[in-house]
Structure formats: C-alpha cells, structure tokens
Design a binder for this molecule. Structure first.
Ligand code: PDD
Length: 286
C-alpha cells in the first residue's frame, strides 16, 4: 500500500510520525473517510466542507484547498490500483495539529499540521434488493461520549468502547440514546427510522456527527419527492418503528432487522429502504 504523508507518497509500512504528534498524544486532530466506487468519490465536496469546518473548530490552520485533496485522492487510487479490483475503496484522511516537543495542553502557536492519507478496500455497497440484502443486528446503549460529537475528531475512544460493547453482545453496531432516552446515533453511523410511514432522523446538534451519507440520503429522497423529518427520536419510537436504517460512508444505507433481540417491524428488510437505496444509487455521484 502506498500512503500519503506530509506531501510525499511512500509505502505505508515506511510512513513515520513523531511520538510527540498531538494526534497520538491527545487525539488532537480530525479525519475523514471518503468512499469511492470504481475510482469515483461519493460526496467529495461535502467531505471537504466538513473537514474545513472541523479544522476551524479546532483552530488548526492548514492551507490546502479541496483541489489539493482531490489530487491526493486520485493519486492514492492510481498508486494503489490493485485495490480498485475490489471496486469500493475508502480514502482515510487525517490532519492532526502536529508534533509538539513540550506536550503542553495549550495549542502551540507555530506547529505544522501532520497530513496523512491512505486507501483501503471496503466491503461492497449493499445489494439494492430488499429480498437479498442482509439486515443488521444491533445493540442499544446509553451514549457515554462527550458533548462535541459534531466534530469528526480522531479521539474515538467513546465510539470504540461502544462498538466493542455491541460486538460482545454479538451485534454489528450499537444504537445510542441520551439520558432523556432520545436517540443520538450509532457508534460509527447515523440512524434513520420509518415511523407510521414517515422517514425520520435525529436533528443535527452536538450529540451527533453530521454524516455525509445522512446528508446525501436526505437530499436524494427530497429529489424523489420523499420528505425526511429531522426531529427528536424517542427510544420508544425507535423500538416501535416499521424500519430502521444506519448510514455511513462504508455502509451507504444498511437496514437493521433486529434490535436487542426484538425484530424491527416484521423482521424483514422494508419497502421504504428499497425506495431509499434506489434514490441513493440514482443520485449518489451528483
Ligand atoms: N464513521 N456517526 C459516527 C459516530 C461516525 O463515526 C460516522 C462515520 C458516521 C457517518 O458519517 P459519514 O456518513 O460521513 O460516513 C456517523 C466513519 C466511516 C469511520 O469512522 O470509519
């Protein structure tokens, strides 16, 4: 694998970052995962906009425009063309505040951010057929993460611990709810439900990551004349929903068929999911 580090391309196994990097010491950085299919990125501009906002929130100044990163994405795909045989490739980009010999909590003035990116094969997108696609089995848990989940921070300890909690229950993801028993998101994806025929997803706030797939799904459905309500989702409404879906760059739209041992709806992948994945496939490269 050829990776990108601070402007250079080199074998991933030879890439070296200082142990004093604040990304390593503090998780002081942000990241993106950009999905590509047959060499074409999905939602590239939206990923760049979120990355820029993350850098602004962390006050990390990195002068490279979206075009620079587009060239990095294209170079990683070309230099790792054996990966393209798997057709779906994720591009991971991370920007940390940089190496700081003093390990001071304060933001040092004059650090050079560390830029890192690599390409990796991802599972193929879901088969757009409700009778063939495999539904997910998920756990439920109280969201124990911090109050700035809108930042796509590399500090993922809360997410990792929640994911492991679900895995130990034999589940593929875990849906999280806050102390008011309202759904936030899952440990590495956003949540949608179909409730009395209406598609709903929690509103954007500090409790969730503004997922790019979430945004694209809403936009694709609107183009098809189907509205999505961005509204608070009580846990009870999730458990009574006809359909539940998880969205992320690696999953696209994944139907959930079981939550904590209880079937979602009739326990089969639903009709609205079928409409949603068709709308998504129709518009995802636009
Ligand atoms: N996870 N919520 C959380 C907590 C996430 O980590 C992710 C993405 C999402 C979905 O965001 P998007 O649609 O932009 O991928 C929601 C990525 C893929 C990861 O950490 O690997």
């Amino acid at each position: 694998t050829i990776a990108f580090l601070n402007g250079d391309y080199l074998p991933l196994a030879e890439a070296r970052i200082s142990p004093m990097d604040r990304g390593f010491l503090f998780g002081d950085g942000i990241y993106e995962v950009i999905p590509t299919l047959q060499g074409k990125p999905i939602g590239f501009n939206a990923h760049m906009a979120r990355m820029r906002q993350g850098l602004e929130m962390l006050e990390i100044s990195s002068p490279f425009p979206a075009d620079y990163w587009r060239a990095v994405v294209n170079s990683l795909l070309t230099k790792n063309n054996e990966l393209l045989q798997s057709e779906s490739v994720g591009i991971y980009i991370q920007i940390s505040r940089g190496a700081d010999a003093t390990r001071s909590h304060a933001y040092p003035d004059d650090l050079t951010p560390t830029l890192f990116a690599f390409a990796f094969a991802t599972p193929p997108p879901p088969v757009p057929d409700a009778s063939k696609v495999k539904g997910l089995h998920v756990a439920l848990g109280e969201d124990k993460r911090w109050q700035r989940c809108n930042i796509k921070s590399t500090s993922l300890l809360g997410n990792v611990m929640h994911f492991e909690q679900g895995k130990r229950e034999g589940k593929q993801e875990i849906i999280l709810f806050n102390r008011h028993k309202e759904i936030s998101e899952a440990s590495s994806s956003n949540v949608f439900i179909v409730s009395n025929g209406v598609i709903k997803t929690p509103p954007l706030d500090h409790q969730i990551l503004p997922g790019i797939t979430r945004k694209l799904v809403i936009e694709c459905l609107v183009k098809e004349g189907i509205l999505v309500e961005e509204t608070v989702l009580p846990l009870a409404e999730l458990l009574a929903a006809e359909e539940v879906w998880l969205t992320s760059s690696s999953k696209e739209i994944a139907p959930v068929i079981e939550i904590e041992g209880k079937p979602v709806g009739n326990g089969k992948v639903g009709k609205i999911w079928q409409q949603a994945i068709e709308a998504f496939n129709q518009h995802k490269f636009n």
